[in-house]
Design a protein around this ligand. Structure first.
Ligand code: SF4
Length: 708
């Protein structure tokens, strides 16, 4: 029933970590041991793997796996567990209404899992209370794309980075967070030495060290920097007037919003040397082929959506979009953040990139699903969702493939909220996480290498994940558990799925159903895939034109100057860049992020001896001047605290960070290192448009810790 085929010897699948979406070739010997290599035919990586991907075979051990369902701390059968989940959800809905229940899913769910969860909650339970940890990853980009393009569309593809003459990396430590894409970029520059790389990041990361120009920007001043760039381009006659007139609207208003920031004020706002700003602006102005890559330094901000649009404005004003080697390019953190966007995994979306607030789109989905009670308004976004649990408004939650007890901001509040929630279901591959400890019902989930489905990477390329080993114990795919609960809730006709291929074909059909051309996402021709063709499916970029549409040259959108707004024109958005807010005396700016060899809360990479050897414990990067002032020594303990919580980590004294700031990686939880869970001190403040939390500029106190 789970579609696995353990008889295959060499199986092509996709890496389960970052949004680059590298192809992986898994070879299983007669004893069942797997060897992992890069897939030379996959267009994302052409055989390359980074350290995390190359160590995947070390993470397949069954130690610590959740092998059967548990109910109230006791082993149970699937029948018992599923009956209880369905009964408690039905009772809660009957007593308190559909908005009293919620799903919280993950950018690591496969598209098929995501589709079924979204359909059940939005179409049949009748609430849009399904959100995803992708809210923490790229929600600001989604909102920015929709404002500018009328749709959530990444215009370009990876080859654009190789074909550009200037690559601007904003809030992106590409070398560690998207390593194979970074390898491609560095190789392209080696072949074309005239190519330039600019890195905009408060920290001197490994990426910044590779750059020709590093702008160590003041946190949260990206919008000011790109507003200044837009004004500079206009003042120097470098905007593309013909493109603006034919294909955009809003330029004059966007430009007007940039006025009033004199060069000295811009330098003050950004903390940058005016000469460095001038060099960046000149590089952008004089280079026709420019790609601006942006990631979590832009997205994870209370002004994230505005930062995205400030970047998009500059590309639209100069027509640097939709052509080889040009364009704004958001890279997603997770392996299937894009797939989740395709099926409406966010609380404010419907499937197939349709809008929940658009009556025509709701009608399309209602008719296609024959849905009895399609949700009519957006649901709770991730942070709001857990605050609603805390407030007692959401009384039953099903969490899949993610660990919010560690990964959401104000993590201690999240733990308390889940502890008080009347009914918590957790689907997980691992038995013991800080979230599984809070579950009333634990459901064993099939993990990477054990289930079939698809993921979509940052360049819109859909790739198969394939099973190459049998799921252990009683572990099952998430779509299977969701389907069984849907049947128990009385929706068997709408959830007849026997394998992932059936779900994918329905998902493809919805992307085309009643397609009025107002949406970019179209994989309709793939509805014709047989089970065998789905099994053999090669990576394909959307939009898909026909069934044989694989192996074609890289596909871009907007090359014809047509966008998905009602007028067909892209919108430049006026951005009011925030004024710099002085940090209160003795407070530090806390920045968070990833390290090269770990992933999220370590549930998989923590199993690999090779990866753990890179960095065995967390650290706090602090500038030597601050360390001296605090009396902190290298590798001594630092206590980092604010009103939300406190953590204890070792000092790494380095001038990679600016004075007054401290950087702590996001991966370690209290299970791996005592009191190191950085989200305990990250406030749950969100971008007002996207709902994405700002995870990179918390105000904290730092002190040298000396045990009594
Ligand atoms: Fe996996 Fe990303 Fe590394 Fe590729 S770059 S191997 S997708 S972690």
């Amino acid at each position: 029933a789970d579609g696995s085929n353990p008889s295959r010897q060499c199986v092509k699948t996709t890496c389960p970590y970052c949004g680059v979406g590298c192809g992986v070739a898994a070879t299983v010997d007669e004893a069942g041991n797997a060897t992992i290599a890069g897939d030379p035919d996959h267009p994302a990586n052409f055989g390359r793997l980074c350290s995390k991907g190359a160590a995947l075979a070390e993470t397949l051990d069954l130690d610590g796996r959740l092998l059967r369902p548990w109910v109230d701390g006791r082993p149970a059968s699937w029948e018992t567990a599923l009956d209880l989940v369905a009964r408690r959800f039905a009772e809660t809905i009957a007593e308190h209404g559909p908005d009293s229940v919620a799903f919280y899913v993950s950018g690591q769910c496969l598209t098929e899992d995501y589709y079924v969860a979204n359909k059940l909650m939005k179409g049949f339970i009748g609430s849009a209370n399904i959100d995803t940890n992708s809210r923490l990853c790229m929600a600001s980009t989604v909102a920015g794309h929709r404002r500018a393009f009328g749709s959530d569309t990444v215009p370009g593809c990876y080859t654009d980075l190789e074909q550009a003459d200037l690559v601007v990396l904003v809030g992106s430590n590409l070398a560690w967070c998207h390593p194979v894409l970074f390898q491609r970029l560095v190789a392209a520059r080696a072949a074309r030495p005239a190519m330039r790389i600019v890195a905009i990041d408060p920290r001197r990361t490994v990426t910044a060290e590779e750059a020709d120009l590093h702008l160590a920007i003041r946190p949260n001043s990206d919008a000011a920097l790109f507003n200044g760039l837009l004004a500079h381009l206009a003042d120097t006659g470098a905007v593309d007037r013909a493109f603006l007139a034919a294909h955009t609207e809003g330029f004059d208003q966007a430009l007007a919003a940039t006025r009033g920031l004199a060069p000295a004020a811009l330098a003050d706002a950004t903390g940058l040397d005016p000469a460095a700003i001038a060099r960046f602006y000149a590089l952008f102005r004089e280079t026709r082929r420019v790609v601006t890559v942006f990631s979590q330094g832009v997205n994870q901000s209370t002004g994230g959506t505005d930062k995205v649009n400030a970047i998009l404005n500059c590309h639209l004003a100069t027509g640097r979009i939709g052509r080889p080697g040009t364009g704004p390019f958001s890279v997603t953190g997770q392996p299937n953040a894009m797939g989740g966007r395709e099926v409406g995994g966010l609380a404010n979306q419907l499937a197939a990139h349709m809008e929940i607030e658009n009556p025509a789109h709701r009608d399309v989905v209602r008719r296609f699903w024959n849905a009895p009670r399609l949700a009519e308004r957006p649901g709770l976004k991730a942070v709001e969702l857990f605050q609603a649990i805390e407030a007692g408004r959401v009384k039953a939650v099903w969490i899949m493939c993610t660990n919010p007890a560690d990964s959401l901001p104000e993590a201690d509040r999240v733990v308390a909220a889940l502890r008080a929630c009347p009914f918590v279901v957790v689907s997980e591959a691992m038995a013991d996480t800080d979230t599984t400890r809070l579950a009333d019902v634990l459901l064993p989930a099939a993990a990477w290498g054990e289930k079939d489905g698809t993921v979509t990477n940052s360049e819109r390329r859909i790739s198969r994940q394939r099973a190459f080993r049998r799921a252990p114990g009683e572990a099952r795919p998430d779509w299977w558990a969701l389907t069984r609960v849907a049947c128990r809730l009385g929706f068997a006709d709408a959830f007849p799925y026997r394998n992932a291929a059936e779900i994918f074909r329905e998902h493809a059909a919805l992307s085309e159903f009643d397609n009025d051309g107002s949406r970019d996402f179209d994989i309709g021709p793939l509805v014709g895939l047989s089970d065998a063709a789905y099994d053999a499916m090669a990576p394909v970029q959307w939009p898909v034109r026909d069934l044989g549409d694989t192996g074609l040259p890289d596909r871009r959108l907007f090359g014809d100057g047509r966008f998905f707004t009602p007028s067909g024109k892209a919108r430049l958005i006026p951005i009011a860049a925030p004024q710099p807010v002085p940090m209160p005396e003795r407070m530090f700016v806390l920045n968070t992020g990833r390290v090269r060899d770990h992933w999220h809360t370590l549930t998989r990479t923590g199993l690999s001896p090779r990866l753990t050897a890179h960095l065995a414990e967390p650290f706090a990067e602090i500038h030597p001047d601050d360390a001296h002032r605090l009396g902190a020594s290298e590798a001594g303990l630092l206590r980092i605290k604010n009103s939300r919580g406190a953590i204890l980590v070792r000092a790494l004294v380095t001038d990679r960070v600016q004075p007054g700031s401290v950087f702590v990686p996001m991966h370690w939880t209290d299970r791996f290192a005592s009191a190191a869970r950085v989200d305990a001190v990250v406030p749950a403040d969100t971008d007002p448009i996207s709902g994405q939390p700002g995870s990179k500029a918390a105000a904290v106190r730092v002190e040298a810790y000396r045990p009594a």
